[in-house]
Design a protein. Structure first.
Length: 308
């Protein structure tokens, strides 16, 4: 067992970001933490941290060792779960990565409720639109939009699909009229995302085409586009989950039911393992219960509203 001495201190030092904070978490002195890491490095024959008086960072060997240690701890927890009585509460850290806007509006409230319900659950959420490497970056869960890669290293659970629709404010429609067909869009102003030139829209024949509109506003943030649409600046192509409250309040109106064409699948994914730790399973179950209703769209209501 001596060969495993210091591993828990090492993991805390990595996750806390400093020996001082790790010492506070473990109720040890900073000196005790430093000595434990030094003994571990000596036993392994490698340097795990690059340290100076101001900062510390993992070496390449330290990063690889940290990721393997996490996987080993997960296996130990899985073994405990298999022989446990099923009455344990979820405990420990879960690392999750989610797209920025969807994560902030839809995922974060679920995580806050989980933290309130399970005091021993420690959730670390990263809000980023970057494509995260679960295995390489030591992430437990990732929420991804779009197609999932064909790999045997991951397990993916479909949460639903984002549905993209055209919207406008009542004020804009009062001034510029309501587009009823694909060809009508050419005379309207649009608020575009990033470098896109238009929106993929299904025309009257059922063919998906790019609808080009005149535009003097381009944003790389969907929430900013939604706010500009509410302000009457033009038409916008937005996910239904983002503008739900604006629709209920009458600040936005759905347009052209035949334009509910663009759907993007959303998956929750995690590394393949023989048995999921209870803490990870708990987060998966909570998100699987909360997210599909937010993504679900009643197409009968869409058609009726857009036809008015």
């Amino acid at each position: 067992m001596d060969s495993f001495s210091g591993i828990s201190v090492f993991i805390q030092a990595v996750e806390a970001g400093s020996f001082i904070r790790a010492a506070e978490r473990l109720h040890l002195t900073r000196s005790a933490v430093g000595k434990s890491i030094a003994r571990l490095e000596e036993r392994l024959g490698v340097r795990l941290f690059q340290r100076n008086t101001r900062s510390q960072s993992l070496t390449a060997e330290g990063r690889a060792y940290y990721e393997r240690c996490l996987r080993a701890l997960e296996e130990l927890e899985s073994a405990q779960a298999l022989v446990g009585d099923g009455q344990r509460e979820p405990a420990g850290q879960v690392r999750i990565s989610t797209p920025v806007l969807f994560g902030r509006l839809c995922v974060a409230p679920v995580l806050v409720e989980l933290a309130r319900r399970w005091p021993q659950l420690d959730i670390v959420a990263s809000f980023t639109d970057r494509r995260v490497d679960l295995i390489g970056e030591g992430v437990d869960l990732v929420l991804r939009s779009g197609p999932m890669p064909d790999t045997s290293e991951l397990v993916a659970r479909r949460m639903g699909a984002q549905t993209m629709m055209l919207y406008a404010s009542p004020d804009y429609l009062a001034q510029h009229g309501r587009p009823r067909h694909f060809k009508d869009l050419a005379r309207h102003h649009g608020i575009l995302y990033g470098k896109t030139s238009g929106w993929p829209i299904r025309d009257e024949t059922g063919e998906v085409r790019i609808a080009t509109v005149s535009s003097r506003l381009r944003f790389d943030d969907l929430e900013a586009i939604a706010d500009a649409t509410v302000a009457g600046a033009g038409l916008a192509h937005l996910p239904c989950w983002l503008i739900r409250d604006h629709l209920k309040a009458g600040r936005l109106v759905k347009l052209m039911p035949e334009a509910s064409f663009a759907t993007i699948d959303m998956h929750l994914a995690w590394p393949l393992t023989r048995h999921l730790p209870l803490r990870v399973r708990t987060v998966i179950d909570a998100l699987a219960a909360a997210l599909p209703p937010l993504l679900r769209v009643d197409r009968r209501k869409i058609t009726a509203a857009a036809a008015r």
